[in-house]
Write a protein that binds this ligand. Structure first.
Ligand code: ADP
Ligand code: MG
Ligand code: ZN
Length: 641
């Protein structure tokens, strides 16, 4: 394997060497896994266990006390005594009626320390002798057997590791073999019809499909098809699915391997895998090579030091070599997927490599509707189901979440022994995904429940009275998931891609509305607001550090994102990128923003005190309120000044 790695550098200089040529062709027949090997191993292990446990001796196991009883009765005819066991023959004219054992049988017993044994045996006239415990067996057991088993086991492990077939002659254990799986029937069973809500991405990939179907047409026109297409998008948006769909549409073989499978313990294995993968692919062209989660190997080089990085660098280098090494129209199309395009090495993205990028975003309303329709196929839906309403109530859900929601709904329907999925099942499933499963068994004390009701009513009421906040969709004080004791669910009226300063202010006020209500009504704060505070602080900090909405840093961006650019939102982690003084000023300003938001929430609730109490009381009684119930409760009150 080592000489292969060393070749990496010179291959890169000319960029066209085909490593396959140097090594010559070798027959690549699929060697069936040897079933005999397994059987033999199994037998050896069994024998080993048998030797250990039974030590191969025969006879009925009796207790030492029983042995002494037989001895006293004069029934023991012969005995072999080793350091740990006694075995021998028991023989009587007839077995006494209270003894279930036959008149004559071989016995064995565990020996206990008994000084009088020999005397007794002699007295009873037993033919007895001492034996040394199977010395050969002990030797075998301790030394020879493990020595025999170990290489067998190693061989076995090595075989099962390289699932794609027998190892090449050069590497007996085949660590270098790629674990790419060739879909035998050349059909992934997925088509574009199974992927919904990303029409642009599908249109982009249609060209790739056309090329794979009829490469000559493109070649005749002198057109070059991109070698590599990178699918970008947050988790669960269907990147893997789309790659499979391309293979399914074009009806070509599909090699799929995950980036992490290249990164191994041994330096050089990853590079060898890359080489093998491309070698196989070139032989099978036209075909698709799909590297999922490519960020595992494609991370920028030279950032960290250490062995792991070394290995990844080598693998990445080899990947770059291979990318340059095959002809644009060789019929091999490389697809890769990642949700961390920010960490990818720039070299991967330059023209001639992954030069085409297809972005998959979280689906919009129409997209969600389409995805729901795809996954609802084959599931009996009750007539009351309104998929549009479901799509509307799931902003930010990716395809995988929607698929999950439909599946949860089906499970809920089966739990209540229904014959079809109804709207309530779907809504419950979504709540479960958003806030965790209901926990009816978690019993809160009465004053705790009241506090939760007041807290949630506070959120809802501030939202109701804030011009830019999303309308309240649902309030609940049924404990859910790990932490939530209650929750207020707001839903945007329409898809939103930008937020204004006023909207962010309102959002902070709504988040702090829970704490404000608790203080106002119950005169004391509680730990229940921890999550709200975290999110509000996150918003305030982003406003100052990223969005240029504060005075402390002005327009200066003074934080770096640590996470993927796809993970926008309050949970995003930031890293400070400014001087100490600025940081101090930022902290002060973040605090001021939060204070102002709390003050506003308190003011709103103070002037709607009756409505707050009314909503809280009703919530306490009914446990959950939907939008209409909530708004009718609020509207009774005189409008806020
Ligand atoms: P990713 O690779 O982007 O993380 P996957 O492709 O593995 O996501 O998606 C997981 C599952 O979610 C898919 O198997 C599919 O059932 C569902 N899914 C995701 N996106 C879509 C979509 N656009 N249309 C239909 N189903 C989708
Ligand atoms: Mg995936
Ligand atoms: Zn809260």
């Amino acid at each position: 394997m080592n000489d292969r790695n060393r070749r990496t550098s010179d291959e890169r200089s000319d960029g066209t060497t085909n490593p396959g040529e140097k090594r010559g062709e070798r027959p690549r027949t699929e060697r069936p896994r040897n079933p005999w090997l397994r059987l033999v191993l199994f037998a050896v292990v069994l024998w080993f266990l048998w030797m250990m446990l039974g030590q191969g001796t025969r006879g009925t196991e009796i207790t030492y006390a029983e042995f002494r009883a037989y001895l006293a009765a004069g029934a023991v005819k012969s005995a072999s005594i080793s350091s740990g066991r006694i075995s021998g023959l028991i023989e009587r004219e007839v077995a006494p009626p209270d003894d279930a054992r036959p008149a004559k049988f071989e016995f064995q017993a565990v020996r206990v320390d008994d000084k009088a044994l020999v005397e007794e045996l002699a007295k009873a006239n037993v033919d007895f002798r001492g034996v040394v415990e199977n010395p050969l067996g002990g030797l075998l057991l301790l030394w020879i057997l493990p020595l025999l088993i170990l290489p067998l086991l190693l061989l076995f492990l090595a075989r099962s590791r390289c699932g794609a077939g027998g190892g090449p002659m050069g590497s007996p254990f085949g660590f270098g073999r790629s674990r790419a799986r060739l879909v035998a029937d050349r059909n992934t069973g997925v088509t574009f019809a199974d992927v919904a809500g990303c029409e642009e991405a599908k249109a982009d990939l249609q060209e790739v499909v056309e090329f794979l179907k009829s490469a000559e047409r493109f070649v005749k026109l002198g057109a070059k098809i991109p070698k590599g297409v990178l699918l970008l998008g947050p988790p669960g948006t269907g990147k893997t699915l789309l790659a499979r769909a391309v293979a399914g549409e074009a009806a070509v073989p599909f090699f799929s391997i995950s980036g992490s499978e290249f990164v191994e313990m041994f330096v050089g294995v990853g590079a060898a895998r890359v080489r093998d993968l491309f070698e196989q692919a070139k032989k099978t062209a036209p075909c698709i090579v799909f590297i999922d989660e490519i960020d595992a190997i494609g991370r920028s080089r030279g950032v960290q030091i250490g062995a792991v990085n070394d290995e990844r660098e080598q693998t990445l280098n080899q990947l770059l070599v291979e990318l340059d090494g095959f002809e644009p129209n060789s019929g091999v199309i490389l697809l890769a997927a990642t949700n961390r395009p920010d960490v990818l090495d720039r070299a991967l993205l330059r023209p001639g490599r992954f030069d085409r990028q297809v972005v998959l975003d979280a689906p919009d309303l129409e997209g969600r509707k389409a995805i729901l329709a795809v996954h609802a196929k084959g599931k009996p839906l009750a007539p009351d189901v309104d998929l549009t309403a479901i799509a509307r109530s799931t902003p930010g859900f990716a395809g995988a979440d929607l698929a999950n929601a439909l599946n949860e709904a089906a499970l809920l329907a089966s739990r209540r022994a229904g014959t079809s999925i109804n709207q309530h099942d779907l809504e419950e499933a979504i709540e479960k995904i958003v806030a965790g499963p209901e926990r009816q068994t978690r019993r809160l004390k009465d004053d705790e429940r009241r506090r939760v009701a007041v807290h949630e009513s506070g959120h809802a009421l501030v939202a109701y009275h804030s011009e830019h906040a999303d309308p309240v969709h649902k309030i609940s004080i049924v404990p859910r998931g790990r932490a939530a004791l209650g929750y207020t669910m707001q839903l945007p009226v329409e898809e939103q891609y930008l937020m204004t300063r006023a909207e962010l202010d309102d959002r902070m006020a709504v988040l702090l509305g829970g704490r404000a209500a608790e203080q106002l009504v119950l005169g004391d704060a509680s730990t229940g607001a921890a999550d709200d505070l975290e999110r509000a602080t996150g918003i305030a900090r982003q406003m100052v550090c990223i969005f240029g909405m504060g005075d402390a840093a002005g327009l200066m961006r003074c934080a770096r994102d640590v996470d993927s650019p796809f993970l926008k939102g309050p949970g995003v982690r930031l890293e400070r990128d400014c001087s100490e003084e600025t940081a101090r000023a930022i902290d002060a300003e973040v605090r001021a923003l939060l204070d102002a938001a709390l003050a506003r929430a308190t003011r709103v609730l103070g002037s709607n005190r009756e409505a707050l109490e009314r909503v809280a009381a009703t919530l306490l009684e009914r446990e959950r309120l939907d939008r209409e119930e909530f708004e009718s409760l609020v509207r009774v009150a005189p409008p806020a000044p």
